[in-house]
Design a binder for this molecule. Structure first.
Ligand SMILES: [Fe+2]
Length: 248
C-alpha cells in the first residue's frame, strides 16, 4: 500500500497538476493533503476544485481558515495577508464551504495522524526539538499506538524521530528515501507543493509505503513561468512570484 502526501499547495495549480501526474504515474490512489490549499499564489479556485474532484483527503491549514475567517489572518505577514484578501474575493461560496468543512486533525485508517502545524493548531510550527517533543507527548497521550504523523506548514521536508528510550532527533534526509524503524515514532513533513522554501523551486511531496515502512521524498519540475505570470496578472505582490523561482 502506498500513500502520496502533499502539503502547502497554496493556489499553485501548475505545481499541483505536475505532482498529481507524478502520483498517477506511480498508480497511487490514496492522496493526502495536509492543508494550505490556498493563499500566496494565483489559482485558489482551480486548486480547491481539483482537490475536491479527486477526493483527496484534506485537512485545514492556517491559510484555508484565514480565507473564510479573515480575523485569523491578523498575525500574517503583509504579503500573506494581501494574498488571503485577494483569495477570499476570488473564491466562490462553494469553494469556501469546502474549506470551512475541513478538520484541524484527522486519523487516517487509525494509524496515521494528519495535521497542518500541530495537532489542533494549524498556526503552530514543528521546527525545533521542544515543539517535536510536545507533539510526540500529545500522540502518546491522545492517540496511543499511533507511531507516525504527517504535518506541513514549514514548507520544508523534515523527519523527526523518537526512539524507544524517548530520545528525539531530527534526521538528516539528504537521500531521497529511508526506512522507518518499526519501534520508533515519527513526525514527517513532505515539504511544499506550491511554495517550497528549501532553495529548490521544484514541487515537493512524498510517497509513503507501509510494508516495509519507507518514505520517499519527491521533487518535480512544473510550469513555473505560468504560475509567476498569473501572480503578476492578478497584481499580487511581485515578491510572491520571485520567491517561487528561488524556492524561498
Ligand atoms: Fe503554508
Amino acid at each position: 500500500m502506498k500513500i502520496a502526501i502533499v502539503s502547502d499547495i497554496h493556489s499553485n495549480i501548475e505545481a499541483l497538476t505536475a505532482v498529481l501526474k507524478g502520483i498517477d504515474e506511480e498508480g497511487i490512489s490514496t492522496i493526502v493533503n495536509l492543508g494550505d490549499l490556498v493563499g500566496y499564489n494565483a489559482s485558489p479556485a482551480e486548486c480547491v476544485e481539483l482537490v475536491r474532484q479527486r477526493h483527496i483527503v484534506s485537512i485545514l491549514g492556517n491559510h484555508d481558515r484565514a480565507v473564510t475567517r479573515i480575523e485569523f489572518a491578523e498575525g500574517f505577514n503583509i504579503l500573506a495577508y494581501q494574498a488571503v484578501v485577494w483569495s477570499a474575493k476570488t473564491l466562490g461560496p462553494e469553494h469556501k464551504e469546502f474549506l470551512e468543512k475541513l478538520q484541524h486533525t484527522r486519523l487516517l485508517w487509525n494509524r496515521y495522524l494528519l495535521f497542518h502545524g500541530a495537532p489542533g493548531n494549524p498556526d503552530a510550527y514543528i521546527s525545533y526539538l521542544f515543539q517535536a517533543r510536545k507533539v510526540f507527548n500529545y500522540m502518546r497521550k491522545k492517540t496511543p499506538g499511533v507511531r507516525i504523523a504527517f504535518f506541513g506548514h514549514t514548507h520544508k521536508c523534515a523527519v523527526w524521530e523518537r526512539d524507544v528510550r524517548g530520545k528525539i532527533s531530527k534526521l538528516d534526509i539528504q537521500g531521497d528515501s529511508f526506512h522507518l524503524d518499526p519501534e520508533h515514532m515519527y513526525l514527517i513533513n513532505p515539504g511544499s507543493v506550491g511554495q517550497p522554501r528549501q532553495h529548490n523551486w521544484k514541487a515537493s511531496y512524498l510517497v509513503f509505503s507501509n510494508e516495509p515502512e519507507i518514505v520517499r521524498f519527491k521533487s518535480l519540475a512544473y510550469d513555473l513561468h505560468t504560475a509567476q505570470d498569473k501572480i503578476r496578472r492578478a497584481k499580487l505582490p511581485e515578491f510572491l512570484a520571485e520567491r517561487l523561482g528561488a524556492g524561498m
